[in-house]
Write a protein that binds this ligand. Structure first.
Ligand SMILES: C[S@@+](CC[C@H](N)C(=O)[O-])C[C@H]1O[C@@H](n2cnc3c(N)ncnc32)[C@H](O)[C@@H]1O
Length: 205
């Protein structure tokens, strides 16, 4: 963690933190706005896309869930420099957050951009987007809500399609790159290695 990231957490964490005590009501997390939609971003990384999307949509509330502390520091730095008031952060594993702290059918959208690809065949069981996790998303999202995904790892993209096909609550599939999703440093690196990026959108029935 850089000094700036560590200082950002020390100085501003209390403004962004959602403490994990009991159930969280997504709609009541944002004091200063009555959010049109509450979007959970799973694995926000260094927060590049998170901060830009939140800045472009001040009427929505964004909740970034990330286990990696330096990434949280980096996101806080971006959020502070943009003066974001519609962003909250949870420093915990998404499985725990969703299964223990969120009531069913309370989240409008999920963003999952470039989930860890676990490229080796022996590691693929560790991928997040598998039928059991997709069923958990189906339980927590509102009817009509959307899951937006991007990956630059083609074998993972194929698995994502297969896994969603096993969860009948969702309809959708590959979509053109949405113009609201900014190109991040992470995505740029993949593109420079000639990785093909696949975007998906799945809607909850
Ligand atoms: C490959 S990075 C992509 C980051 C970012 N979305 C981007 O596009 O640059 C995946 C991120 O997901 C986070 N992550 C992986 N598993 C997670 C979990 N179970 N709960 C929360 N975050 C997770 C990792 O720490 C990592 O920062």
């Amino acid at each position: 963690m850089t000094k700036a990231q560590s200082e950002a957490i020390t100085n501003h964490w209390n403004r962004f933190e959602i403490p994990l005590e009991g159930k969280i009501d997504p709609q009541s997390l944002f004091y200063s706005i009555k959010p049109k939609e509450v979007i959970f971003e799973i694995g926000s990384g260094m927060g590049e896309a998170t901060a830009q999307i939140a800045a472009a949509n001040p009427d929505n509330g964004y909740v970034a869930i990330e286990v990696h502390k330096p990434g949280i520091g980096a996101l806080i730095i971006r959020a502070e420099s943009l003066g974001l008031r519609n962003l909250k952060i949870i420093n915990e594993d998404i499985w725990d957050v969703l299964s223990e702290h969120i009531d069913d059918h309370t989240i409008d959208k999920f963003h999952i951009f470039f989930p860890d690809p676990w490229p080796k065949r022996s590691q693929s069981k560790r991928r997040l987007l598998q039928p059991a996790f997709i069923s958990l998303l189906a339980k927590k999202i509102k009817s009509g809500g959307e899951v937006c995904i991007a990956t630059d790892w083609l074998p993972y993209a194929k698995d994502i399609e297969k896994s969603f096909a096993q969860v009948p609550d969702f309809e959708g599939g590959v979509v053109p790159r949405p113009d609201w999703r900014p190109i991040t440093k992470f995505e740029g690196k993949g593109i420079s290695k000639e990785h093909v990026v696949t975007d998906f959108c799945y809607k909850r029935a």
